[in-house]
Design a protein around this ligand. Structure first.
Ligand code: PLP
Length: 252
């Protein structure tokens, strides 16, 4: 996976490594950016050099079979371009894109050039993108989730999993929109509160399920169960949002 470093250990590459490991897979962690952050917000960030990432990916593809790819925060548009170059050589590896734009506390994790490069380039390679409500509205520029998803699907996305974790209501509703206009809903009991790194955990868990051979809907179902379990045992790490406990909870 390709994601950023959150030194509070809540989101980003640590979330991915823990979730993928708990679900029985071996992560290949490629770091895209460093952030200055705690459990409350992101205060600064710096991308990793895109050429270094290109070399890392070239090295991995020579050495290692890769069964799924997950992207999170990507640092800048140059990194997205490098990732797209890699994906063009591996069109059969399922790609899960968590289109990270802002931290839950409001801090920016993407500039406009990065957002544009994701939407106009990266999304077309993805089997699924997993925006939360705010990201979906920013990316699809429409009033409803359904309309925003439709805009992204028309633009070349294959499927959009709109996640409802940051919304209201007793049930979290996650909806998978397909480009043929069909959709599938999952309802998950809301446990209340906001947690740091749930989006990363969900997307990484979907990638782990796909790497292990599950189809997309089964991988999403497994990922949702894993995230709910991690939230149920969330850890109070700092003064802000609790961190989902991803150390256990994989399939028996
Ligand atoms: N990636 C990094 C490096 C982050 O710092 C954050 C949020 O703070 C995210 C991704 C997104 O986190 P979430 O899983 O809450 O969407």
């Amino acid at each position: 996976m390709l994601s950023g470093l959150d030194p509070s250990g809540g989101a980003g590459i640590q979330a991915d490594i823990q979730a993928i490991t708990a679900l029985g897979c071996h992560p290949l962690p490629v770091l895209t950016c460093l952030t200055v952050q705690d459990t409350r917000n992101v205060y600064n960030s710096a991308p990793v050099d895109a050429e270094l990432i290109r070399e890392q990916l070239a090295c991995l593809e020579e050495d290692t079979p890769i069964h799924a790819i997950k992207t999170g925060a990507l640092g800048n548009a140059d990194v997205v371009a490098v990732v797209m170059g890699f994906l063009a050589r591996h069109p059969d590896i399922p790609l899960i894109v968590d289109p990270v734009i802002k931290a839950a506390g409001g801090g920016d994790l993407a500039d406009q050039a990065l957002v544009d490069r994701m939407r106009d380039g990266l999304f077309a390679y993805a089997e699924v993108i997993t925006p939360n409500g705010e990201e979906l509205q920013l990316l699809g520029e429409a009033d409803t989730a359904g309309q925003s998803a439709k805009t992204l699907l028309t633009g070349g996305c294959r499927t959009v999993l709109a996640t409802g974790g940051h919304g209201q209501g007793e049930q979290i509703i996650n909806t998978l929109y397909y480009s043929d206009g069909s959709k599938r809903n999952w309802e998950i009991p809301r446990q209340g509160g906001e947690y740091h790194g749930t989006g990363c955990t969900l997307a990484a868990s979907i990638a782990a399920g796909r790497a292990a051979g599950l189809d997309l809907e089964s991988a999403i179902a497994q990922a949702q169960t894993f995230v709910s379990g991690a939230i149920a045992q969330a850890l109070s790490v700092g003064q802000g949002q609790p961190v989902p406990d991803r150390r256990t909870g994989g399939p028996a």
